[in-house]
Design a binder for this molecule. Structure first.
Ligand code: C2E
Ligand code: MG
Ligand code: MG
Ligand code: MG
Length: 296
């Protein structure tokens, strides 16, 4: 009935303002509500993490896992695309981000002690611009790394290009300090942000994650195919690893392999999973890859 409301509003120009004001009021109310619900969820420890495998296109091994935060509110999952922006605007992202970082490291520690996970080398954590641009970001991360006892070389921090806009020199400084401890940096959603190349050559980036928007249609859209090819070539010549995101088909795999991409993530292999599901997937994958079916 939003359509009806729109129609009514259009019928009478004088009501239009009233209509939009109402819409705006609804949106504001929803945002205020989400913010307070999220605040409570964080305090009550109601967030969880899912993990999406990162797979080697060469060896077919699960080499890493990306931690992705999940929130189920009143029995409904709310997408990070909806609540991460709320968390950013309200500053809640700082608490949320620390929690995610710590939990991800603790999870990786559990996996590291488990023989079944011996191919798993990296845990990747998404860090938002507000988090990264905090003055004490390096200290916060160092603190979490040392209290969880995780090997810093097992930690990858995913940043989006927008992060570097604020201050390239300072970004470089922070990244260098953490890199000196052994952490690695990935640029997430690469190709969708601003002035990628200017920043890229100045910053100590280890990994480029090709945005799923370019991967999705690469088998049918020659422009997307060219973009992916170019990003892969660039990663290679800059000495960075490339990870393709959003891989959903064998066509994608074939293309990426042929173009020299090293790693991928995507529904084709697995969607993000709970800890238990991830463990089951690893067990199944180990059986398939370590005991290739042989006939006597
Ligand atoms: P992202 O870091 O680029 O994560 C990839 C997103 O793509 C995830 O959505 C994942 O579920 C989805 N995805 C993975 N494979 C496929 C595929 O084959 N096809 C399609 N269509 N989608 C795929 P999700 O979990 O909803 O997260 C969305 C975004 O929210 C993330 O994008 C990230 O920017 C942000 N986010 C998630 N967790 C966190 C977090 O803990 N902290 C911060 N700061 N941001 C987070
Ligand atoms: Mg990511
Ligand atoms: Mg991404
Ligand atoms: Mg994204």
């Amino acid at each position: 009935h939003a359509d009806t409301a729109m129609y009514e509003a259009k019928k009478d120009g004088r009501n239009t303002m009233h209509f939009y004001r109402q819409e705006l009021a609804e949106a504001v109310k929803k945002r205020v509500y989400l913010e307070s619900a999220l605040r409570i969820a964080i305090a009550n420890n109601e967030l969880t993490l899912n993990f999406q495998p990162k797979v080697s296109l060469k060896s077919n091994e699960i080499v890493g896992a990306e931690a992705l935060v999940r929130w189920t509110h009143e029995d409904k999952p709310i997408s990070p695309a909806e609540f991460i922006p709320v968390a950013e605007e309200s500053g809640l992202i700082l608490k949320l981000g620390d929690w995610v970082f710590e939990q991800a490291c603790l999870q990786m520690q559990r996996w590291k002690k488990d023989e079944r996970f011996k191919t798993l080398r990296y845990i990747a954590v998404n860090v938002s611009p507000l988090q990264f641009n905090q003055r004490d970001f390096v200290d916060r991360v160092s603190q979490i790394v040392s209290t969880t006892g995780i090997d810093p070389q097992a930690v990858e921090i995913e940043l989006t290009e927008g992060v570097f806009m604020e201050n390239v020199e300072r970004s470089k400084q922070k990244m260098s300090e953490l890199k000196a401890k052994g952490l690695r940096f990935a640029v997430d959603d690469f190709g969708t942000g601003y002035s990628s190349l200017v920043y890229l050559k100045q910053l100590p980036v280890d990994i480029l994650k090709v945005d799923q928007a370019f991967v999705r249609d690469l088998a049918v859209d020659p422009n997307d195919a060219s973009i992916v090819r170019t990003v892969l070539a660039m990663a290679q010549s800059l000495g960075m690893e490339a990870v393709a995101e959003g891989v959903e088909s064998q066509d994608h795999i074939d293309f990426l392999k042929a173009e020299g991409c090293q790693y991928f993530q995507g529904y084709y292999f697995s969607k993000p999973l709970s800890e238990e599901e991830f463990t089951r997937l690893v067990e199944k994958h180990n059986l398939e890859t370590q005991n290739p079916t042989e006939t006597c």
